[in-house]
Design a protein around this ligand. Structure first.
Ligand SMILES: [Zn+2]
Length: 263
């Protein structure tokens, strides 16, 4: 089995073998624990992160709330929209579904990007996808109901890791959607009433995806449409089975302390 096949991250597994060989010794495995802040808005991006399982929420501030604008999982990269050591994060990135990932110092990512045409292409690709995704989110907030948006986010999380719960409190969910807690109570209550979701002690699971899907807007499907014409479609395939094998426990060069705690 090739190295690319044992990497569970879509971005990495789609790199050419020579480039992946260069990057692998530089990667460090980190545990993504629930509510860990992996990038803080306004702080320098010191590492790029390749999630291998779990899901990370990207939020931005508006009127005192932390509105969710993207979810990243094993299909992608966090912080790889630009190769620049002095750039600061435009997002607050927090783990919502626990898992693990592989991190690479930004300095190494910059060095690799400077000498790799393929990696420069990947950075441009991520730029394009992020711009397109954010544009879609703006349109979604303007046109779709809170219930539609809430269900869309639930599906986005489930697409990335369906066997673990989303760790989120009621007030955090309301904050992410930009609504009152009572609205979240009402809308999640409706889903619970028909057995579509379960929410206990801040852990939310989808029990019947079809019900949630029937109440969601179609915005979550936009990314897959956007990547249809790009060269490495698997890198964005959220449900792709192309990277389902397991990273060996001894794969990591070193184990990392948890990055930063607190919201
Ligand atoms: Zn929408």
């Amino acid at each position: 089995m090739s190295l690319a096949r044992i990497i569970q991250n879509g971005y990495l597994s789609n790199l050419e073998a020579g480039l992946l060989d260069r990057l692998l010794p530089l990667l460090r495995r980190i545990e993504l624990r629930s509510k860990t802040v992996v990038q803080r808005m306004g702080a320098p991006i010191t590492h790029v992160l390749f999630p291998c399982s779990g899901a990370i929420s990207l939020t931005t501030s508006a009127g005192g709330a932390s509105i969710q604008c993207a979810v990243i999982g094993r299909e992608g990269i966090l912080g790889g929209w630009i190769a620049n050591e002095s750039v600061r994060s435009p997002y607050h990135a927090i783990v919502r579904i626990e898992g693990f990932g592989l991190e690479l110092p930004m300095a190494e990512f910059c060095r690799a990007t400077a000498t790799s045409h393929e990696l420069r292409g990947q950075v441009a690709r991520e730029n394009y996808l992020q711009m397109a995704a954010m544009s879609q989110i703006v349109a979604c907030h303007a046109k779709h109901s809170t219930e539609q948006r809430m269900c869309r986010w639930l599906l986005e999380y489930e697409d990335r890791n369906s066997d673990r719960p989303i760790v989120i409190k009621q007030e955090e969910f309301a904050d992410m959607l930009g609504v009152q807690r009572t609205t979240v109570t009402l809308l999640v209550g409706r889903l619970q009433g028909v057995g579509a979701v379960e929410w206990r002690r801040g852990r939310l699971r989808i029990l019947h995806r079809d019900v949630v899907q029937s109440r969601a807007c179609a915005c979550c499907r936009s990314r897959s449409l956007l990547t249809a014409g790009l060269p490495d479609q698997n890198a964005a395939g959220l449900t792709s089975s192309s990277f389902t094998a397991t990273v060996p426990p001894n794969f990591s060069v070193t184990s990392s302390p948890v990055i930063q705690h607190g919201v």
